[in-house]
Design a protein around this ligand. Structure first.
Ligand code: ING
Length: 304
């Protein structure tokens, strides 16, 4: 009997700044209900799934900035989603802006939490690769994540979810090979990630036609080279005047896209992931213990 996990990717359309948390959480609950109805056993929501992607703006007032963050998770307005997980018996990974006190300092992280099918917290990941800048730069798509978030300090943890080893990642992390390799080395079988990716790339018009290619390429390569199942959820569509790409997908350890969203709106895609495929891919090529030689990789050859 194959060992499987039915994964749902819950893509959202735009979340406008004017939307209340209650309205947005209501949309996420509805998506989780659709995922459950389709037989999902776990779901993933986008990065910053509770708010608009505010790093597209330069904001100075700290109270205005902190209004995009969650000081507790779940909080009064998000508890409804956790209750839905317990009611539906479907856990989820949720991207949100984390405001916390750590080492006597107020900290701001771009975070994703994994929640069990009983609605209880399982584990947390904080985005490691925080892109963009802290000040707007002329001629570029304004992307001020480094103004508002610290880089993550939790590494790439892997959690047990119903006997399946699940890791998390956020947006720009998906472009870096280290993300998948560290999750794989930490034992992950499934990587769940969310993203908010602008369609336009003012700073590099020559690459503008490659936005969807550069979305799927690193995830397909990462899945193949690290024998991972990947569930990737976009926040898509025209959000507060900025076009965000969709392309949410479920990718197999073979590198194949097993399911892909077709809209730029709220949409659920589901696939019954055969986890035994991981072992097949490892046997065919990616037997790390047998073929990798990390003790030798560090030798820097003399310049020729
Ligand atoms: N978004 C973008 C991403 O990596 C970005 C960051 C913007 C990268 C423009 C390249 C060009 O998909 C987030 N949120 O990381």
């Amino acid at each position: 009997m194959a060992r499987c996990l039915t994964i749902a990717v819950c893509q959202t359309g735009p979340i406008q700044r004017r939307a209340t948390r209650a309205e947005t959480v209501g949309r996420l609950v509805h998506l989780l209900e659709k995922a459950a109805a389709a037989g999902a056993e776990i779901a993933v929501f986008p990065e910053m799934a509770l708010t608009t992607f505010f790093p597209r703006w330069r904001i100075d007032d700290q109270a205005e900035i902190d209004a995009f963050f969650e000081a507790s998770m779940p909080g009064p307005e998000t508890q409804r989603l956790y209750n839905a997980a317990a009611r539906l018996k479907v856990g989820f990974a949720l991207g949100y802006c984390e405001l916390t006190q750590e080492n006597d300092r107020t900290r701001h992280f771009n975070t994703m939490d994994l929640v069990g099918l009983d609605g209880a917290f399982i584990g947390r990941y904080r985005k490691m690769h925080v892109p963009g800048s802290s000040e707007p730069e002329a001629g570029t798509t304004t992307h001020l994540e480094r103004r508002y978030f610290e880089p993550g300090n939790l590494g790439f943890p892997v959690f047990d979810y119903r006997g399946v080893r699940v890791g998390l990642a956020i947006c720009n992390d998906r472009r870096w090979p280290e993300t998948y390799r560290m999750l794989c080395l930490n034992g992950a079988e499934v990587a769940l990630l969310g993203y908010n990716t602008p369609l336009l790339l003012d700073e590099a018009p020559a690459l503008a036609h490659l936005r969807m290619f550069h979305n799927h390429l690193p995830m397909q390569a990462g899945a193949y080279q690290n024998t991972l199942w990947i569930g990737a959820a976009a926040k898509a569509g025209l959000e507060d005047g900025q076009a965000l790409i969709g392309g949410s997908c479920i990718i197999a350890p073979t590198g194949e896209i097993a399911a892909q969203a077709m809209s730029l709106d709220d949409e659920v895609i589901v696939h019954r992931a055969d986890l035994d495929l991981i072992e097949v891919c490892r046997k065919v090529n990616f037997n790390f213990a047998l073929y990798r030689r990390p003790d030798q990789y560090g030798r820097i050859s003399e310049p020729v």
